[in-house]
Design a protein around this ligand. Structure first.
Ligand code: UD1
Ligand code: CA
Length: 463
C-alpha cells in the first residue's frame, strides 16, 4: 500500500513576528517545511501532501523543487482537524498508511516515523500518536490514559482542568500514523465544541477509540526530536540540536573538529574521513569535501566541490570546484563556477571568478582573475588583474601553459597569451602575446645621478 504523508503547514506562526510563513524560516539552510518533507520521504512516504494557507505562494514555490510533493490550500484556518480534512478531500486520500506531521517539527527522525507506522501496518492499529515529556509542558495537548494505561483522549492545554494541566505530563507531538481508511471514514466527526472553537485533529484518537478501533501512543524519550518551533528562540535551539546531530555523525564517520560548536554543516553536505574542520567553518548547500583536507578557520563553502588533500584557509568558495591537492587562502574568494585543477593554488587576497586554473598553476597574491581559461604550470605575479569588464560586456582571457606573468600586469580582455610566454612586470597587455614571446609594456627607467641629494639640500637652505 502506498504511504501518504500529510504535512500541516497553513498556520499563521504569529509568534515568529515575521512577514514570512513560519515553515519557511530556515534551520541551517533548509526551510522548516523542507526538513519535515525530507523526513517523511526518507521514512518511505510515496506521496507527500502539504497543507498551505498563510504565505501559501512562498511555500508552494519552494516545494515546486521537490518530487512527489503536492500542495492543497486551506483557505480558512479552522484548526488542525480541518487542515487534515482539507488534505484528505482535496488530495482524495482513501486508504493506506497516512502520516500526519506538523510543518514546524524539523528534528523528527525518519526511524521514529517508521516505528509509528509499523503499529498501523503490522499491528492493525487505526491510529498512533507520538508523545514526549518535555521539561515545560505548557501549551501542549496532554495525553489522558484509562485505568489500563491505554490512551483515552488528547486534551488541549486550554481545555484541561487545572488539575489535568498539572498532573498530565505526557504531551502530544502533533505527529501521528493513521490507517487511511479509518481516518477518511471518521475525520468528518470532529467538531469544534471546545474552548478555542477549532477542529482539533487530536480528537481523532478518542473518535477512533469510540468506533472500537485500536489506538495507541508511542513515547519518544528524546523530546527534542519532537519539538515544535513557535518562535525564534526555539528556532535557534532546534538549529543547535541539529548542528550537534550532524556534527556527531560526521565525527563518528572520521571527520575531526577542534570545536564542533563552531562548525556549521548543512544537511546536503558530505565530508570525507581524515578531513579536519576548524572553527568558524560553514559548509552549506550541495557541498562535497573529500578526504585529508583542512577547512577553516573562518571559511564558508556554498555549493562547493572540494577534492582530496586540499587546504581551504580563511576562504570563501561559492558555486565552484577545487580538485585534489589545491591550496586556497588565507583569504581567497572563489566564485561563479571557478574550477581549480589538481595541485593549483589561490593565495592571499585573490578573487577568482568563472575561470579555470590549470594543473599546478598558481595565483598567489592580490590578484583578480575573471572569465579566464588558464593552462597548466602558470605563475601569476602579485597584483595582476584580468580587466574583464568594459562597462558593458564580460570579456574572456586565455592564458596558455607555462606562462609567466610578472607582477602588476593588467590583462585587458579579450586577450590571449600564448604557451610559454613571459610578460614583464607592470605591463598593461592589450594585444595578444604569441607563444614563447616576451611582452613588456612600460616606459624606460630614467636615472638622474645625485638628484635626491641636491633636492634635500635645496630644502634645507629654504629654512
Ligand atoms: C498542536 C496540537 C497539540 C500538540 C502540539 C504539538 C491540536 C489541536 N493540537 O497544538 O495537541 O501538543 O500541536 O506541537 O492539534 N495548522 C494548519 N491549519 C490550521 C491550524 C494549524 O495547517 O488551521 C498547522 C500549523 O501550521 C502547524 C500545525 O498545524 O504546523 C500545528 O498547529 P499549531 O497551531 O501550531 O498547534 P498547537 O497549538 O501547537
Ligand atoms: Ca604599466
Amino acid at each position: 500500500m502506498p504511504i501518504t504523508a500529510i504535512v500541516l503547514a497553513a498556520g499563521e506562526g504569529t509568534r515568529m513576528k515575521s512577514r514570512h510563513p513560519k515553515v519557511m524560516h530556515k534551520l541551517l539552510d533548509r526551510p522548516l517545511v523542507g526538513w519535515v518533507v525530507r523526513a517523511a520521504q526518507a521514512a518511505g512516504a510515496d506521496r507527500v501532501v502539504v497543507v498551505v494557507g498563510n504565505g501559501a505562494d512562498e511555500v508552494r514555490s519552494y516545494l515546486r523543487g521537490f518530487d512527489g510533493v503536492e500542495t492543497v490550500e486551506q483557505t480558512e484556518r479552522l484548526g488542525t482537524g480541518h487542515a487534515c480534512r482539507t488534505a484528505i478531500e482535496a488530495a482524495n486520500i482513501t486508504d493506506g498508511p497516512v502520516w500526519v506531521l506538523a510543518g514546524d517539527t524539523p528534528l523528527l527522525r525518519p526511524d521514529t516515523l517508521r516505528a509509528a507506522s509499523e503499529r498501523i501496518t503490522s499491528q492493525g492499529e487505526a491510529g498512533c500518536a507520538l508523545t514526549m515529556t518535555p521539561p515545560d509542558v505548557s501549551g501542549y495537548g496532554r495525553i489522558q490514559l484509562d485505568a489500563d494505561g491505554h490512551v483515552l483522549a488528547i486534551i488541549e492545554d486550554k481545555d484541561c482542568t487545572p488539575q489535568q494541566r498539572k498532573e498530565l505530563l505526557e504531551c502530544n507531538s502533533s505527529i501521528y500514523a493513521f490507517d487511511g481508511a479509518q481516518l477518511a471514514a471518521h475525520i468528518g466527526e470532529i467538531t469544534n465544541q471546545n474552548v478555542q472553537h477549532e477542529y482539533y485533529l487530536t480528537d481523532m484518537i478518542s473518535i477512533l477509540r469510540q468506533a472500537n478501533q485500536h489506538v495507541s501512543i508511542m513515547h519518544v524519550d528524546d523530546y527534542t526530536e519532537l519539538l515544535g518551533i513557535n518562535n525564534r528562540v526555539q528556532l535557534a535551539q532546534a538549529t543547535k540540536a541539529m548542528q550537534r546531530r550532524i556534527n556527531h555523525d560526521l565525527m563518528m564517520s572520521g571527520v575531526t573538529m577542534m570545536d564542533p560548536d563552531q562548525v556549521w554543516v548543512g544537511p546536503d553536505v558530505t565530508v570525507g574521513n581524515d578531513t579536519t574542520l576548524l572553527p568558524q567553518t560553514f559548509l552549506l548547500g550541495n557541498t562535497t569535501v573529500g578526504s585529508d583536507c583542512v577547512v577553516g578557520p573562518n571559511s564558508r563553502l556554498v555549493n562547493a566541490t572540494v577534492g582530496n588533500g586540499c587546504t581551504v584557509d580563511e576562504t570563501i568558495i561559492v558555486d565552484s570546484a577545487i580538485d585534489d591537492d589545491v591550496n586556497c587562502g588565507p583569504r581567497a574568494y572563489i566564485r561563479g563556477h571557478a574550477h581549480f585543477l589538481k595541485g593549483s593554488k589561490a593565495g592571499t587576497h585573490v578573487e577568482i571568478k568563472n575561470s579555470t586554473i590549470g594543473e599546478g598553476s598558481k595565483v598567489p597574491h592580490l590578484s583578480y582573475i575573471g572569465d579566464t581559461q588558464m593552462g597548466a604550470g602558470v605563475n601569476i605575479g602579485g597584483g595582476s588583474i584580468t580587466c574583464n569588464y568594459d562597462g558593458k560586456h564580460k570579456n574572456h582571457t586565455t592564458i596558455g601553459d607555462h606562462v609567466f606573468i610578472g607582477s602588476d600586469t593588467m590583462m585587458v580582455a579579450p586577450v590571449t597569451i600564448g604557451d610559454g610566454a613571459l610578460v614583464g612586470a607592470s605591463s598593461c597587455i592589450t594585444k595578444d602575446v604569441p607563444a614563447d614571446a616576451l611582452a613588456i609594456e612600460r616606459s624606460k627607467q630614467t636615472i638622474i645621478e645625485d638628484w635626491a641629494a641636491r633636492h634635500r639640500k635645496a630644502l634645507e637652505e629654504e629654512d
